[in-house]
Design a protein around this ligand. Structure first.
Ligand SMILES: Cc1cc2nc3c(=O)[nH]c(=O)nc-3n(C[C@H](O)[C@H](O)[C@H](O)COP(=O)(O)OP(=O)(O)OC[C@H]3O[C@@H](n4cnc5c(N)ncnc54)[C@H](O)[C@@H]3O)c2cc1C
Length: 461
């Protein structure tokens, strides 16, 4: 059986790795390199990831699978993430006691009263939790919502009233202070993981190892192959058409696995207008990564620190060398400022120089660097990489998936392929399920059932 896999990000590579042992696999990748969003590149003596990436998983068996894949390439890094709230650095995920004890007494008092009020209210009035705003207000109280959760959402996603509670659950595995405290006392892995893992020569290392397995099984990858269209016949995909070297080419397929954004699929299938419309109404956010070279060997203790305060342009700062000392020279370091935006908005269209000039004063006023320490910059732009879980998105997504599910030899998976805000451990999990489904030649209805488990993925910071 020939399986054509579209996209050589972590998901596509993982399916290829799992299937190439007993099937002919052809990987088609639009770019000239592997790794997709989880890729790395070289700049001025540094290996830089496309935003900070750590390896961890709550899915049974997946962390072991990833560590075994990496072998000696895997290093353990202590979990040190922070968040700046009211000018103070607290641990992240936020511990409620930190909010109470590390902030100014008046702020702590407000947070305590707010939480008490939310708890008291919950005994009398069971409000339906629909939006992101409902979730955090009901579980943590209004002051905590206003101080932390609302500004973080506004910067990253948009108005929290228009976002689903599902997104809130993905980002905050603890529905309230009680559960948070209980998990701290009983060392729940969601909060008390002491180490994360990382491929010591850059995150792309994981993708490189998977590709090596694929190639050594005799399967193949074609770079700069931009898939445009499917040839369909009798409810199946018969061929995949792609642009390569300026020409349209075609390859026959027995099975097709796609990790391209789900929104791009209707036009590849030449779907009816209502499916095209549903897809066009699914929104993504984009990311600007401003890498700042600093003349110092190390700046932060954290691997990353969230900065929800709306007066700062970035929502998170990370330091690449805190993941692995092998990633750059000893006497310099690189800070990575993440700025989320909409594709084509004023931030997206700002020049690299303008973005750098916006980031530097904020890095100084937040206390990360001193004036004159920055020694250069680089900007990377990642278009449409965060699926936005707006109210009503599920119906639109289902409309598109119901359409693509008509093709019995087709699976769409991955972060963008399933509009699933996820991490690489989830990509590997999805890939393992997909490979098993294909190998056992199961019917589409089984895949629809399997896919439901992907909705429960939680992001662990
Ligand atoms: C800032 C940031 C931080 C993150 N941090 C972490 C973390 O700490 N830990 C973690 O595990 N995960 C993290 N993630 C998530 C992780 O990056 C993603 O879950 C993962 O990379 C998604 O992989 P994918 O293969 O599903 O998608 P992608 O990486 O998007 O891969 C899809 C591939 O398909 C190709 N493609 C698209 N269209 C076509 C076409 N028409 N024809 C051919 N090829 C095409 C693309 O070029 C791409 O290579 C983070 C993500 C971001 C943005």
């Amino acid at each position: 059986m020939r399986v054509v896999i579209i996209g050589a990000g972590v998901t596509g590579l993982a399916v290829a790795w799992k299937l190439s042992k007993d099937h002919e696999v052809v990987l088609l990748e639009r770019n000239s390199s592997i790794g997709g969003i989880a890729g790395s590149f070289q700049h001025q003596g540094f290996t830089l990831d496309l935003g900070p990436h750590k390896i961890y998983s709550l899915i049974p068996g997946i962390l072991d699978e990833m560590r075994a894949l990496l072998g000696t390439e895997a290093i353990a890094i202590p979990k040190t993430s922070g968040v700046i709230v009211a000018g103070k650095r607290l641990d992240y995920p936020i511990k409620f006691f930190d909010l109470l004890l590390k902030l100014k007494p008046l702020t702590s008092l407000k947070l305590g009263i707010g939480y008490g009020a939310a708890l008291g209210l919950s005994f009398f009035r069971r409000k339906r939790i629909v939006s992101y705003a409902d979730y955090f207000r009901a579980n943590f109280g209004m002051p905590a919502y206003d101080l932390v959760f609302k500004p973080l959402a506004m910067k990253s996603w948009g108005d929290p009233e228009s976002l689903t509670a599902e997104l809130a659950r993905k980002r905050s595995p603890y529905s309230g202070v009680f559960k948070m405290v209980k998990s701290m006392l009983f060392k729940d892995r969601k909060l008390s993981a002491e180490n994360f893992y990382y491929p010591k020569h850059g995150f792309i290392g994981m993708s490189k190892i998977m590709l090596n397995h694929v190639l050594s099984s005799g399967s193949n990858i074609l770079f700069n192959a931009d898939v445009k269209k499917f040839g369909t016949k009798d409810g199946r995909i018969a061929s995949v058409e792609f642009k390569h070297g300026g020409h349209m080419k075609k390859i026959d397929a027995d099975y097709v696995v796609s990790s391209v954004p789900v929104t791009a699929l209707p036009s590849m299938f030449n779907a009816p207008p209502e499916i095209m419309t549903a897809a066009s109404e699914l929104k993504f956010r984009s990311l600007l990564l401003v890498y700042v070279l600093v003349n110092r060997s190390q700046v932060m203790q954290d691997v990353w620190t969230f900065v929800p305060d709306k007066s700062f342009i970035f929502q998170r700062i990370s330091e690449q060398k805190n993941f692995s000392k092998e990633l750059g020279p000893e006497n310099q370091t690189v800070l990575v400022a993440e700025v989320m935006c909409a594709y084509n908005d004023s931030l997206w269209n700002a020049s690299d120089e303008e973005l750098y000039r916006m980031v530097i004063p904020d890095l100084i006023s937040a206390g990360f660097v001193k004036s004159g320490e920055a020694a250069g910059f680089y900007v990377a732009r990642l278009k449409n990489i965060y699926p936005v879980y707006e109210l009503g998105y599920r119906e639109r997504l289902d409309a598109v998936l119901n359409f693509t599910d008509q093709f019995e030899n087709f699976i769409t998976i991955g972060r963008l392929g399933l509009f699933n805000y996820n991490n690489t451990d989830h990509c590997i999990d999805m890939a393992i399920w997909a490979a098993q489904h294909i190998r056992e030649r199961k019917p589409v209805k089984d895949w629809i059932q399997t896919r439901k488990r992907f909705d429960d993925y939680v992001i662990v910071d």
